[in-house]
Design a protein around this ligand. Structure first.
Ligand SMILES: Nc1ncnc2c1ncn2[C@@H]1O[C@H](COP(=O)(O)OP(=O)(O)OP(=O)(O)O)[C@@H](O)[C@H]1O
Ligand SMILES: [Mg+2]
Length: 256
């Protein structure tokens, strides 16, 4: 039975889609059967993030409105045979989809998979509720910026009113050079502030931003392994900035 994990955040644009897509690809490569579901009905961007936009025949609204079965709407990723993308509506963006109908589709798929990742839309309106109500675990993404942490705090409070077996925290876009110079909150400090266990730390890096699924960042792999093993290993974003050459890197960054 699949673990249904909603990837959510308070503030928008903090990396939910990027993290959900790369984490799904990594776990699929490890042999897990994974569904990556776009809960952002209307703005559908998981298909673009995973590069399957030209392969879509049906989407989740087609399933809900009875035009196809749930398995028929899954797009098997050409590079990761164990990764199936369930795209959101590309034809009827404003169609109302109830949380119950959405959950039913995922529950139908759950027995055949190991993981279902639900990429939550930005904001805490209807789309948020629909995505969150269909999951049994939540992963909250924040960046180290105060505004994002404050919004993560609000969303964690909201999540506590749902019935989750686990709520975890992932700090994205961490700059090792700023951590080193003490100009940024440590992920562990953010964990304490939000009173939510840290499952991952991902650095601010171009290679993550490009979302190249074929080249998954070690930090993402560490999060994936934590999900599989229950361990809490964290990627060290400062390592690159330690020692003599690290000092040079920090100086160069400062002078940019
Ligand atoms: N670790 C990272 N390093 C550098 N850039 C990143 C990183 N993570 C995400 N980004 C970039 O940040 C931008 C927003 O990411 P993404 O679309 O994944 O956020 P989101 O939370 O899904 O946004 P929305 O709330 O609009 O759905 C993208 O341009 C992405 O490439
Ligand atoms: Mg997104």
């Amino acid at each position: 039975m699949a673990r249904k994990i909603v990837v959510t955040s308070g503030k928008g644009g903090v990396g939910k889609t990027t993290v959900a897509a790369s984490l799904s690809a990594y776990l699929a490569r490890k042999g897990q059967r994974v569904v990556l579901c776009d809960a952002d009905l209307g703005l559908n961007n998981i298909d673009v993030a995973t590069g399957v936009e030209s392969l879509i025949t049906y989407d989740i609204v087609d399933v809900i409105e009875g035009r196809c079965r749930a398995v028929q709407a899954l797009v098997q990723h050409p590079d990761f045979p164990n990764l199936y993308v369930l795209t959101s509506s590309h034809s009827a963006p404003e169609r109302y989809v109830s949380p119950q109908a959405f959950k039913l589709v995922l529950d139908t798929l759950a027995p055949k998979f190991d993981f279902i990742f639900i990429d939550c839309p930005a904001g805490i309106e209807d789309g948020f509720h629909r995505a969150v109500a269909s999951a049994n675990e939540a992963m909250v993404i924040t960046t180290p910026q105060v505004s994002a942490i404050r919004d993560a705090d609000k969303v964690i409070t909201l999540l506590k009113s749902y019935d989750f077996s686990a709520i975890s925290l992932l700090v994205n876009r961490v700059r090792g050079d700023l951590l080193f110079s003490g100009d940024c909150l440590m992920p562990q400090e953010i964990e304490k502030l939000l009173k939510t266990p840290l499952i991952g730390v991902i650095p601010e890096e171009y290679s993550v931003a490009t979302g190249a699924l074929s080249d998954i960042h070690t930090a993402v792999k560490t999060v994936g392994n934590n999900l599989l093993t229950g361990k809490k290993k964290l990627y060290d974003t400062t390592r690159k900035y330690a020692g003599f050459f690290g000092g040079l890197r920090r100086m160069l960054k400062r002078n940019l």
